[in-house]
Design a protein. Structure first.
Ligand SMILES: Nc1ncnc2c1ncn2[C@@H]1O[C@H](COP(=O)(O)OP(=O)(O)OP(=O)(O)O)[C@@H](O)[C@H]1O
Ligand SMILES: [Mg+2]
Length: 270
């Protein structure tokens, strides 16, 4: 059965999408079969994996969640090893309005959809949007684990505490949701603000904070601009080492030591 992990932080620009796709790429390279579900109408995770989200015929997470399209019509097999994506774009905003009209089940649409594919992937990574609402809650409700990227700067702890309050609300209304870990991002060596912010995270959350920190490096953003994870773009970059170490910690925490050997699925031809 898949391990379902969402990347969440209601604060914008903390590297949720960047972490989603780079984590997925390294898991794929380490022989795990991975699906990224882009659940943000901005479609950044899709663009970062080279999907043209403006293509008129593209079927996306918005079509899938409302049942307009089948899974096999929305999933794309990327050129990256073991890595599949259900892309997203503006259609997800329309889908949100539709599912909100279902007053009883509106928060469980993604969870229900995932039961159809739970055995097809070893890890499913959901990228979320930076706001609290129906889509965000759907992602939390559908997940087993949350990874919280936190930008290493002054004030980041406040946003994280807010999110944790919301996770606790999900737990009291739905099911347990394990915080797999907090990941410090945009680290700048030698900058006191970054070290102080990391120390604050550790003081508040102890060993839930991943040892790996993601350095600020232009190659990570550059790779995303070219539609590629850093693992495929520049293997000598600090970002490569950082995400590689982070993913090793993720594998250890998930206790998924045995990689897959076979990799088959149906996909949109792109
Ligand atoms: N380690 C890094 N070094 C340099 N640039 C980075 C790094 N991580 C992310 N970026 C860049 O920072 C920007 C924000 O990252 P990203 O889109 O992943 O954040 P996000 O949390 O998903 O944002 P949003 O809340 O809008 O969804 C992007 O342009 C991305 O390329
Ligand atoms: Mg994002």
């Amino acid at each position: 059965m898949s391990k379902i992990i969402c990347l969440a932080n209601q604060k914008g620009g903390v590297a949720k999408s960047t972490t989603a796709i780079n984590m997925a790429a390294f898991l794929g390279l380490k022989d795990y079969k991975v699906l990224v579900i882009d659940f943000d109408p901005q479609g950044n995770a899709s663009s970062f994996l080279g999907v043209n989200i403006d293509e008129p015929d593209l079927k996306t997470s918005g079509n899938w969640i409302t049942g307009e399209s089948e899974f096999k019509e929305t999933v794309i097999e990327t050129k990256f090893k073991n890595l599949f994506i259900i892309p997203s774009n503006d259609i997800l905003k329309q889908a949100e309005i539709k599912i909100e009209s279902d007053r009883i089940q509106s928060l469980r649409y993604l969870e229900r959809k995932l039961t159809e594919i739970k055995n097809d992937f070893e890890v499913i990574i959901i990228d979320t949007l930076p706001s609290f609402g129906t889509l965000f809650i759907n992602a939390l409700v559908a997940s087993d684990y949350v990874i919280i990227p936190a930008k290493l700067e002054t004030g980041s702890l406040f946003g994280v505490k807010n999110l944790i309050d919301n996770i606790l609300k999900i737990e009291s209304n739905f099911h347990s949701l394990e915080i797999l870990g907090l990941l410090g991002t945009f680290y700048r060596a030698g900058v006191k603000e970054c070290d102080k912010s990391f120390d604050e995270l550790v003081a508040a959350f102890g060993d839930k904070v991943f040892d790996a920190k993601i350095n600020l490096t232009s190659k990570i953003a550059e790779a995303a601009g070219f539609g590629e994870p850093v693992a495929y773009y520049d293997t000598r970059n600090k970002g490569y080492e950082d995400y590689n170490s982070f993913v090793d910690e993720v594998i250890e925490r998930l206790k998924i030591a045995k990689p897959v050997t076979a990799c088959e699925t149906v996909s949109q031809s792109k």
